[in-house]
Write a protein that binds this ligand. Structure first.
Ligand SMILES: Cc1cc2nc3c(=O)[nH]c(=O)nc-3n(C[C@H](O)[C@H](O)[C@H](O)COP(=O)(O)OP(=O)(O)OC[C@H]3O[C@@H](n4cnc5c(N)ncnc54)[C@H](O)[C@@H]3O)c2cc1C
Length: 399
């Protein structure tokens, strides 16, 4: 007989691990399946996160506190200083999340790809996985789709239930190298260039002791060649003589979240739900919070014996109330700055020069870390508002 769980989580990234931990803490019988042979670092090896994401249990994953950011556009350069959060090692970060999920009672399976959803009359009631060459059918009252957006087997709700794919023109490709033999500098760098990274940017995150991450993301780029070309032709001097020792390729949906993030018997979270801030591609905060929400709502729904789309949409109502505005801002600004990107970024860096408060506001809005406070500051500057465009400013100004 097929095994039966209250909640089956597909995908062991941050969103899935947060969902598994929350569901198990609420008393649910929980299984998480991860297709890779280890938890951690599937999409990238280091992430920039705000301070409030670093709970005491996650502190071990912090590689450095970020105090300096360098911004480049084709003709301008700017250095800004402050407390910008932390760079975390994703291989550690995700494993620490896994420890929390396991401590709460969730069962974790590795090398276990979810290949199919089991469905009857439109209701999802289980998954099909392959473990050690054997197919296994596993029944679950609620399936949490935490498979991310970047892989062959990802995005189960979108592809298997809704029967479509991510909008190609809004899907950014990314490639990131872990590099060694790097000249140590403390700043993170962001390079805006429509030639190498249209609709995106290139970045360098310092990791200390001669290590750094160098990455690129953009729409309609070939991730393999774009990063090599960028490093070969335009990379900052600190990478001269550096070599890559690991590569991470992925895709990010930058069109905002799915219109529908649950259906009968299934909830999508994190990358699989498109919960990515479109302007910069940040997503860990949403993955953790939305994963937690999904786990709680799933167990409540199972307890009540009602896992219909209507019941599960409590999850959708809450996350939209918390983050809907952020995604709207990120999407509008990403669209606006994607047109005449070089000219607009030159203009923005020109205006920011010598204005630390405005620089801080720009970083906050770029990352989405402190959006509500900083958006007003940025929009009050006439020149910045002109660059964003009248329609965008109107749409973002509270009535
Ligand atoms: C290059 C790049 C840079 C980024 N930088 C930042 C940053 O600096 N800060 C930030 O906050 N965010 C950043 N993000 C976004 C962040 O990585 C995502 O928001 C976050 O990883 C989403 O978590 P997730 O759990 O939803 O998905 P993922 O982290 O993608 O995890 C999905 C997991 O599901 C597994 N999986 C996929 N399909 C299946 C299947 N069928 N069965 C079983 N398992 C499956 C995968 O192996 C993976 O482990 C970046 C993303 C990229 C691509």
């Amino acid at each position: 007989m097929a095994e039966k769980y209250d909640v089956v989580v597909a995908g062991g990234g941050p969103a899935g691990l947060a969902a598994a931990r929350a569901a198990a803490s609420e008393g649910g019988k929980v299984l998480l399946l991860e297709l890779q042979a280890q938890i951690g670092g599937q999409t990238q090896s280091a992430s920039w996160v705000p301070n409030d994401l670093i709970t005491p249990k996650l502190r071990r994953a912090v590689v450095l506190k970020l105090r300096e950011v360098k911004l480049h556009s084709p003709h301008k350069e700017l250095i800004t200083r402050g407390d910008f959060g932390a760079i975390v090692d994703r291989r550690q970060f995700d494993k620490l999340l896994a420890a929390e999920a396991a401590a709460s009672g969730a069962e974790l399976w590795l090398s276990a790809p979810v290949k199919e959803l089991l469905m009857s009359n439109g209701m999802v009631h289980g998954i099909l996985t392959e473990v050690g060459g054997w197919s296994d059918r596993i029944e679950g009252e609620v399936i949490v789709d935490a498979t991310g957006a970047g892989g062959e087997w990802s995005s189960l709700l979108l592809r298997k239930v809704m029967g479509r794919d991510w909008q190609h023109e809004r899907l950014a490709s990314s490639n990131e190298y872990l590099m060694v033999n790097v000249k140590d500098e403390k700043s993170a760098e962001f390079i805006f260039t429509s030639y190498f990274a249209p609709g995106g940017y290139a970045w360098i995150y310092p990791l200390g002791k001669g290590f750094a991450m160098a990455g690129i993301q953009g729409v309609r780029i070939h991730p393999d060649t774009a990063l090599d070309e960028f490093i070969g032709k335009q990379a900052p001097p600190r990478l001269a003589g550096a070599v890559p020792v690991a590569a991470f390729r992925s895709q990010l949906p930058l069109g905002g979240p799915l219109n529908q993030t649950c259906a009968d018997g299934i909830i999508a979270v994190g990358g699989a739900a498109g919960q990515i801030y479109p302007l910069s591609g940040q997503g860990l905060r949403y993955a953790l919070r939305c994963g937690e929400l999904a786990g709680k709502v799933a167990v409540d729904a199972v307890t009540e014996g009602n896992v219909s789309k209507e019941r599960l949409s409590e999850y959708e109502r809450i996350w939209r109330a918390e983050f809907g505005f952020e995604f709207k801002v990120g999407k509008l600004l990403h669209s606006s700055l994607g047109v005449s990107q070089d000219r607009k970024m030159n203009a923005i860096l020109h205006v920011l020069k010598g204005k630390p408060r405005l620089q801080r506001a720009f970083i906050d809005v770029f990352t989405g870390f402190n959006l509500k406070g900083s958006l007003g500051v940025l929009l009050k500057n006439d020149e910045i508002a002109r660059v964003f465009g009248r329609e965008v400013v109107k749409a973002l100004t509270p009535k």
